[in-house]
Ligand binder design. Structure first.
Ligand code: NAD
Length: 323
């Protein structure tokens, strides 16, 4: 009998093509936007699916696994997998996989774009123009700050952090300081790069950029105290996961000039924004689009599908996240 899988939202053709080539049948969720857990459970009860492709917006836990006990794998269509209850997956004997490295270039470029947008005041200046406020060249408007010479602090130096470091080192001659639970061999080979504690990075960096997964140990890694540790002139960039930052504490820090500015692609209560955030001029916000490139989406689609195929054919996934 043909194998069949359930895909909670549309994925690019690149992955669907691989499923067709293998003769694996698939159903795709039809909810507008992200399905709720209830929607997913309802769909999974309809057929004895052999696997599922899930998204970071899907809440996956025991209730979902129980709805489809035949599914051996939930392949998450993302690098992060904090939407999955890993303990429940272990208990239910389900493989969980992610798509590591598929969006590192995209997220690193978006991160650097956010840094430049902050230092050049690009977004504020664009709004000013659109509002018809430009009355001619003025030496005193929108005074920015140089990227060159800035000390960049990376918290988390995995695939994305390393890409960010390379762009900034080779493109801007930046000196890089980073904290990670383990040393990054690739980064340590680059001159002017030093591994420090997270507290030292916060204290010394002109721009702090977050590239850690969301784990119990990284939730609110940036809180009121860490923001006070940062330089008053420093910028904070978050393209990792929203809850890594205590967003209320960040709004307070920005309102009270504890740090200079911030750029966020991810939010603690996504898609909701903490009160006060959008009123702040020194904040740039983008709607979780750091990996939004067709090249990245196609790769994510292929890798998620390859993990499913691998489990169905060999009983083992390629990118198992359960240690
Ligand atoms: P990765 O696993 O390659 O790197 C994460 C690094 O963080 C690792 O080196 C790990 O050792 C380190 N780390 C873990 N806990 C730490 C701690 N407490 N302090 C310091 N370092 C710690 O992952 P990656 O591919 O670089 O992605 C990082 C995160 O970016 C993902 O987990 C995901 O949540 C997020 N992400 C966001 C987007 C987006 O669209 N905004 C896209 C892709 C990934």
């Amino acid at each position: 009998m043909s194998k069949q899988i359930y895909i909670t939202r549309k994925i690019p053709e690149a992955g669907l093509k691989l499923l067709r080539e293998k003769g694996i049948l698939f159903d795709i969720g039809t909810s507008k936007g992200a399905p709720t857990k209830k929607d997913i459970i309802k769909e999974l009860k309809k057929k004895p699916y052999d696997g599922v492709i899930s998204f970071l917006t899907d809440s996956i836990d025991k209730e979902v696994f129980d709805a489809c006990p035949t599914a051996k794998i939930f392949a998450n269509f993302s690098v992060g997998y904090d939407n999955v209850n890993i303990e429940d997956a272990k208990a239910c004997n389900v493989f969980i996989t992610n798509t590591p490295g598929t969006s590192s270039t995209a997220v690193a470029e978006h991160t650097v774009a956010l840094m430049l947008a902050l230092t050049t005041r690009l977004v504020e200046a664009d709004e000013f123009m659109r509002e018809g406020k430009y009355k001619g060249w003025d030496p005193d408007i929108f005074i920015g700050t140089d990227m060159k010479g800035k000390k960049i602090g990376l918290i988390g130096a995995g695939q994305i952090g390393t890409e960010v470091a390379k762009i900034l080192h080779y493109g801007f001659g930046s000196s890089i300081i980073y904290s990670d639970v383990s040393p990054c061999v690739e980064l340590d080979k680059i001159e002017n790069t030093t591994r420090m504690t997270t507290e030292e990075v916060l204290r010394e960096a002109d721009i702090v950029s977050l590239h850690v997964p969301l784990l119990p140990s990284t939730r609110h890694l940036i809180n009121g105290d860490s923001l006070k540790t940062m330089k008053k002139t420093a910028f904070l960039i978050n393209t990792s996961r929203g809850p890594v930052v205590d967003e209320k504490a960040l709004v307070y820090a920005l309102e009270n000039d504890i740090i200079r500015g911030a750029a966020l692609d991810v939010f603690e209560f996504e898609p909701k924004l903490t009160k006060g955030l959008i009123k702040l001029p020194d904040v740039i916000i983008t709607p979780h689009i750091a990996s939004a490139r067709q090249s990245a989406r196609d790769l994510m689609s292929e890798i998620a599908v390859k993990n499913v195929i691998s489990v169905l054919e060999t009983g083992k996934p390629i990118n198992n996240v359960i240690k």
